[in-house]
Design a protein around this ligand. Sequence first.
Ligand code: SF4
Ligand code: SF4
Ligand code: FES
Length: 529
Amino acid sequence: MPTFKLDGKSIPFEPGESIIRAAEKAGVEIPHYCYHPGLSAPANCRMCLVEILPAANQRAMMLDIVEWDEKLGDYRTIKKPKLQPACQFPATDGQEVLAEQSPHVIAARAGVQEFLLLNHPVDCPICDQAGECKLQDYWLEHQQTPKRMHDEPVHKPKAVSFGDTIVYDAERCVMCTRCIRFMEEVAKDPVLDMRERGNLKEVIVAPGRKLEGHYTFMTEHVCPVGALTTKDFRFKARVWFLKSAKTVCQGCATGCNATFDYDPRTNKALRYRPRDNERVNKFWMCDEGMLSYRDVVEGRVPEAQVSGKTVKIERALEEIKKRFASVQKGSIAFVLSAKHSLEDNLALFELAELCGSRAIYTSGAPAGYSDDILIHADKNSNTAGIQNLAPDAKSFDALLADARAGKVTHVIALGGAAPTDDVSALEGLQGLCVVAAHVGPLTRAASVVLPASAWIEASGTFVNAKGMRQLAEKGTEPLGSAEPGWKLVAKVAVHLGVEPSWTTLKDVRAMLVATSVPPPEPSQTASAE
Ligand code: SF4
Ligand code: SF4
Ligand code: FES
């Protein structure tokens, strides 16, 4: 692999890669506002300027600039090397680049920072971006000088609603055009643009339009400062109080990598942010996915139920014992869920084996909207996982048909979701026990419901549509009496009179190794804020 030197450090690069991208991949940050690895590079902020040393036998390109001379009491003309934007300048083999070691670069960064802050309102105390704002971070790293301009700054529009999801503050905008480029290049809807010049410049929405569609939240995420904020997260939290968990979006079979932010003091879920994974979601997530953090509390099954009435888990387990006592264990049907983790599904699959049952069916949410950017028509996060686990499992339609024909009388199912709302065929069953995190047609038809943890309340494994096995970390504590699904399935096993072979997550994961589910993917993450 070719390499170049950045401040003396050898940086490998793929041919065609820019200096900033190669450095970023090697873990060296060159400060930037307008550069984003998933977007084109207009090189308009000038924060990433670096000094490129001339090749042997070549002269450096020099520029005339004026500099204040204290002794002279006047400006004088001097020559300085022409700095280059690292975001647009391609890396070449053997090239020598100076960033931290060039006094010209250090002065340029401080100058760009001062220029960007000339008219900035510095309303950090009420800005949602405070704590994760590039202007704050770079002021501290590259400027640190107090404000020299004493004139009233130029005032521009504040709290402009761009649509149902996003609010714009023109005074905080550094005109990096990331939001504009995202809508044009990724969302393929060039609804944002700029107007005016110089310090009157501002981002606008096309006349007669509003910022809408499936990817509006990404404009806020790519904004390096607090100019774009989401109506969903605005004024809800100070980010330094939040904790994060690396998780996988459950919205569809794409399995976008996400960071889940929550307040550990209140156990409150607050937002999703995309986590970069070039092989799955690149740097993006869709709006529906970004808002699905709310499913931690919305539509949940927080307590056990028997015939629709809330009861303690022990009481529900006794009811299962009663309802399933008269039936041959081998004739109980088991339903895996494409919306639950592999751990939960494997526990249920093992229970079916222990009972000697071959009646395995699958369930999950119905198909929906898709596009060619990220969104998959399959609205389940683990379809490939349960297909690998039980390739011979029968469909949900087959379950309904077998229930109607009286071939299935007792069912233990995972997950409330079903591909159809009409599950009336299951209502006449002698026993329908559902272990679920969320309500759905199956929980509504069930005689006994056990409350399972949601994906973010227990560490779990999911296999996406590309067959990539991904791990979702635990974040918030379980809601109500919820427990991990695999743990509840073990309790059901005991009440059915069989001995489960797993009691801990480690046991379940050890069993996973022996299945045909593909091994975990090596991490593909690349950093981009
Ligand atoms: S709103 Fe944010 S992303 Fe858009 S141009 Fe301004 S600073 Fe850049
Ligand atoms: S595309 Fe699918 S997985 Fe990705 S954020 Fe949207 S719903 Fe979630
Ligand atoms: S990041 Fe290179 S000019 Fe903006």
